[in-house]
Ligand binder design. Sequence first.
Ligand code: AP5
Length: 216
Amino acid sequence: MNIILLGPPGAGKGTQANLLVEHHGMLQLSTGDMLRETRKADTDLGRRVASVMDAGELVSDDIVSAMIDAKLSDMGDKVGAIFDGYPRTEAQAHALDEILSKHGRKLDHVIELLVDEEALVDRVTGRFTCENCGEGYHDRHKMPTVEGVCDKCGLTAFKRRPDDTEETVRTRMNEYRAKTAPILPIYDARGIVQRVDGMATIDNVTTAIEKVLAAG
Ligand code: AP5
């Protein structure tokens, strides 16, 4: 089964993709994570990607589609893929059709997470993670029990994403509205979009997604 998780920044795409990987052994394909790896390299490409991401804009379609193609070539025996943060433009949606067909796969569901954008600004601007184990925290909703110490692994180094400032989050949302939301009609026309309340608790969002998957 191959699915797209679609929604604006902070909608919960990454959170739900991680849970689906745990429950079903699917392959998570997050273009955001791939690009964060790319930007670590001291290369022209790494620097270009970093500057586009820090501005909250979209990296070029060719770069991200080539990344997805390469990952799908290397899928091994995984039962399916979860596209997290891809496609984000009409060109990427068409590229994904070609890539899937090349790999003998098809798209089963597009799950749109319906959210309140103002709440997302709060979610995204307050989040930080443990640098060691990746456990997620939030300035206002989930601080470590002992200040400065990760509850899960006990280490004391935390990180924030450079694009999680309020100004950049608003640009990311504008990009979503202008370039990503308009791809939904492509999938609506195929009858494969399922809408899930992304403002529910994480567990309830997972339950709703599981229902969609169970229905086939
Ligand atoms: P990317 O990394 O994809 O970021 P994003 O889409 O902005 O999404 P986020 O990762 O911020 O949010 P999410 O929906 O995954 O939510 P999460 O689960 O983390 O992209 C970053 C940048 O890379 C882009 O701006 C662009 O520059 C570039 N890029 C990436 N893909 C690209 C592409 N295809 N084309 C071109 N450029 C591309 O949750 C957020 C927070 O909310 C967490 O703290 C979480 O714990 C909390 N939370 C989650 N669900 C709930 C809930 N139900 N209730 C309460 N809190 C919740």
